[in-house]
Design a protein around this ligand. Sequence first.
Ligand code: SF4
Length: 676
Amino acid sequence: MKLVLTACPYCGTGCNLYLKVADKRVVGVIPSVSRSANRGHLCVKGWNAWEFIHHSDRLKSPLIKIRGKFKEAGWDDALDIVARNFKKIKKKYGPDSLGIWGSARCTNEMNYLAQKLARAVFGTNNVDHCARTCHSPTVAGLVRSFGSGAMTNSYDEIPQAAGIFAIGSNAPEAHPIIWWRIRTAKDNGAKIIVADPRKTKLAEIADIHLQHYPGTDIALLNALMHVIVKADLHDKSFIARCSLDFEKLTRVIEKYTPEYAESITGVPAGLIKEAAFLYAGLKPLSNIYTLGITEHTTGTENVMSVANLAILTGNVGKRSSGVNPLRGQNNVQGACDMAALPDVYPGYQRVDNDEIRRKFEAAWGVPLSPNPGLTVTDMIIQASAGKIKALYIIGEDPMRSDPNINHVKKALENLEFLVVQEIFMNKTAEFADVILPGASFAEKDGTFTNSERRIQRIRKAIGPLGKARPDWKIVCDISNRLGYAMKYKNISEIMDEVASLAPIYGGVSFERLEEDGLQWPCPDKEHPGTKYLHENGKFTCGLAKFHAIKHRPPAEECDSEYPFILTTGRMLFHYNVGTMTRRTPALNREYPDNFVQINFNDAARLGITNNAACRVATRRGGLKVRADVTDKIKEGVIWMPFHFTEAPANLLTKDAFCPIARTGEYKACAARVEKC
Ligand code: SF4
């Protein structure tokens, strides 16, 4: 048996693990003790991250649709069809009729090449990826507040914090190894304040739990800041030395008395005051948030509100003290860094900056478009409108992951040509003209960048199954057929190219990543990487910026027909749309079907008993699911996970989007529950 060190393919924590390999099969996992991302720990998903690899559903050959049916094909035939159709559509409708979806599940190297294919070969900036459905508001919001859109601190700083403020984060289920660190902080004496509509395990250990309604984060955060400023507990010296626009903030938060916030959030005014006083007395304090903050029509403003609170109290730019978004997928940070985004080149360099664009034109040897491209959200809208004609979707399933999937279906049906690159058949691939089989994380080399900005190696444990190919090679194959040579002898050459073009990755090489990886910014070969950002209040953008933000309700409010707020999220035992975890017997055994959490009192009123079937409906559709009757959710709010393809929560969610980041409002829409 051999052991191969690599990184977990699930959440953005990026735990390191060894794959156990016997007879060319992966047969188990053990955690790495020496790597700092997880220090010997794994959650239940990590321990079982090997089971799906050899599942009989794996795609092992290219598939071509002929008269509505998929037929196995050779690579040459499949790639010829792909190249021919992309060429034909580009010639007929122009480069902006094409689009590429990179993937937060795939390596940095693949994402770098995918955006290069879009920009240098297709001739469009229409390239994006699933960060749009989760943390794009983080990138947009933290760039506006601090100049850098990433977690400010390192995981190992969490246990040393005197305070943790977690808002919209269910770390025990979504980021269990961060949860371990929060519990360690609690054991070390830290005070914990949690803001969450549900009584999560994290809320159970909190000193104060603020159980607000989904979609009321800004009102809650403004009220906390109102109390802090009125009590003169803000950090005046930090504000004067390191920030801009404090007066603009104070004018807006004036109105947000705890009593006014209570009327919006449902949190008692006294508890808001108590939380504000506790928060203001804790230093260093780490602010932690996840999708409960970002997946709203106010997502970017929510992020900037969390940043406001941190700047106000001087809780940023120090060890254990900052704003820490916990990223969703294994490589969502890296896919953003590599510029699987429509408005920037690798390292967040804007495509509409002439000097930057000239640098990339010189490196890639072709003229590049100065116009920012479309987000995945807008590619779907423009496909429905007939302007996007062809898509190349890599490692994503928008027919399950995007809000209001009936709207996605119409868009996919309207395309002239769709290529899907995947490891398993999925609902999106059913609409494809060509399906290309990619390699799983166990079958390829490369790097992932985790939530604490740590670039880490993943290593090939076995060869690709059947005729599957590593994703980066497939992108090269397509590019070469389109007449633009992508000839890399090995994958480390791709990272060398990234390092030459993206200053935050300037000192990164495969050789340097061998030990414990490197945390960006790492500008040169001697730089040791950066543990926390904005040291001594020196922000990437110069001074941190307050943003004066008013509460706005969710796009869809409750009424007599749809009286509940439906909010959705993630569970410990499953991951995203379940592509891998639903094919992992040890995980699927525990939670094989979908359910809705509903408060005892609401259920009693509707005559619904625990585990009975009920129907959840919104203006987009309805689903029959099991009722989980509990005291863990606020009255008037219901919660569903989105992992179950046969009862997809995103049939119900609304396609309303944050106007800045274009992320969908997965966390709040109006719903009805009925007894079946
Ligand atoms: Fe994998 Fe995340 Fe669990 Fe770590 S915490 S083992 S990265 S799913």
